[in-house]
Design a protein around this ligand. Structure first.
Ligand code: ZN
Length: 406
């Protein structure tokens, strides 16, 4: 098995919308490209068949040994999702690089200390590091470039078009329709701030990992130039993209470093909290998180579940070392879709939201390290081939404390 990263550059507005159950008649625009959409485009390029020369790729798709991750937006670097414990100022939300933003930081480690030690008479109610005002949760994709943190928010707008009369092939009187699209341009964070707004724009880029067998990986790379359209509206000039391999060297901090940094940050924070808690101590051993980089379809006894507990992790990873779920920060959502090969809508699935996280404690972190590396590659839950359930262990953002808000 091999993981390759794709870089998808928008050449025209992208229409990636979905209906959610109970939603209004308006389609909700997405801010990323779901793995299902990339997978569908590959299947379409193969003409839904084992095209000669691409048999291994077709087999990997149909047998779901190929996993297409969601493609997050970001220019010049690989994007990661902010964990749901990340927070920012309520009045001036955003990264400091965003000009008005009072900075974003993570609350997980301090909350862990506070909830475990319960120092008497003390509440964990952090305020904004700049103005001490109230906080709110800060979600979305972030990238790090030259040591600075950037939010990546593609520009959405409504395109209004004229409906065409199918019989006469001319504009239909009094009929207009609108499509919610992502613009093919977004602000390049590294562009000089004194340039006029229009010249700070760069083509919107997305990056996603694809994990698949070696033979299929080589065939996917050969097929990339043929992936020209993603999402809907191709007959209206929407969805043109250029897909290439993203070869950003050294883009990912290795898992071992993330695990070590996470536990070192906890060790650095806990002494202050332990002093307040009159001799109470955090248990010996180590901690790790599973940070969902995509929605996950978790099930227990054939029922949808939103929480991934110690028993589920032990059975899925095959590692039996001791483990406790300390806390889950998870929300739920729904995902529908369109099955291009069948021409039918997909079953709507209840999902655990992207950005959700599960915090575990173990007395034996060494035994877990190997299993976690496998889990990052394989993901958790159902329908992983379509990008569901991709996890990152101990995302770097957990070590961004309030004092050093980015
Ligand atoms: Zn503030």
């Amino acid at each position: 098995m091999k993981t390759i990263w794709l870089k998808i550059t928008a050449q025209a507005p992208l229409a990636l919308n979905e209906h959610k159950p109970g939603g209004s008649q308006f389609q909700e625009g997405l801010k990323f490209i779901p793995g299902t959409v990339v997978r569908g485009a590959v299947a379409r390029a193969l003409n839904y068949s084992a095209r000669p020369g691409y048999e291994a790729l077709w087999q990997a798709i149909t047998q779901e040994t190929a996993c297409f991750g969601d493609a997050g937006p970001g220019i010049g670097a690989r994007p990661h999702l902010l964990p749901t414990t990340a927070a920012s100022c309520k009045d001036h939300a955003g990264f400091k690089t965003a000009g008005q933003g009072h900075g974003v930081f993570d609350t997980l480690i301090d909350r862990l200390c506070w909830e475990t030690l319960q120092p008497p008479g003390l509440l964990y109610l952090p305020g904004c590091p700049e103005c001490d005002g109230r906080l709110k949760a800060q979600g979305g994709w972030y990238t790090v470039r030259s040591g600075r943190y950037y939010a990546n928010i593609p520009v959405s707008h409504l395109l209004t078009r004229v409906a065409i009369n199918r019989r006469r092939a001319v504009a239909e009187a009094r009929l207009l329709y609108s499509v919610n699209v992502m613009s093919e341009y977004m602000e390049d964070p590294l562009a000089l701030a004194d340039l006029p707004a229009r010249r700070r724009l760069a083509p919107t880029e997305f990056r996603s990992p694809v994990r698949l067998p070696d033979a299929a990986a080589a065939q996917l790379l050969a097929l990339l130039p043929e992936l020209e359209v993603l999402g809907g509206g191709s007959s209206r000039g929407l969805g043109q993209v250029e897909v290439a391999e993203d070869e950003t060297p050294g883009a990912e901090l290795p898992l071992a470093n993330r695990l070590a940094d996470f536990n070192a940050t906890i060790a650095g924070r806990k002494s202050g909290w332990e002093a307040l808690a009159r001799g109470q101590k955090l248990p010996a051993g180590g901690y790790f998180t599973l940070d969902l980089q995509a929605e996950a379809i978790l099930e227990r006894d054939w029922q949808p579940a939103y929480v991934y507990d110690a028993a589920a992790l032990q059975s899925e990873s095959g590692c039996q070392a001791p483990l406790t779920l300390v806390r889950s920060y998870a929300g739920y959502s729904y995902r529908s879709g369109w099955q291009g090969a069948w021409g039918l809508p997909k079953e709507t699935a209840a999902t655990t939201r992207a950005g959700s996280l599960f915090l575990f404690h173990t007395k034996d972190l060494k035994s877990w390290a190997e299993a976690l590396a496998r889990l990052e590659e394989d993901g958790i839950g159902a329908r992983r081939g379509e990008g569901f359930g991709r996890v990152r262990v101990c995302d770097e953002f957990h070590t961004v404390m309030r004092e050093e808000a980015k």
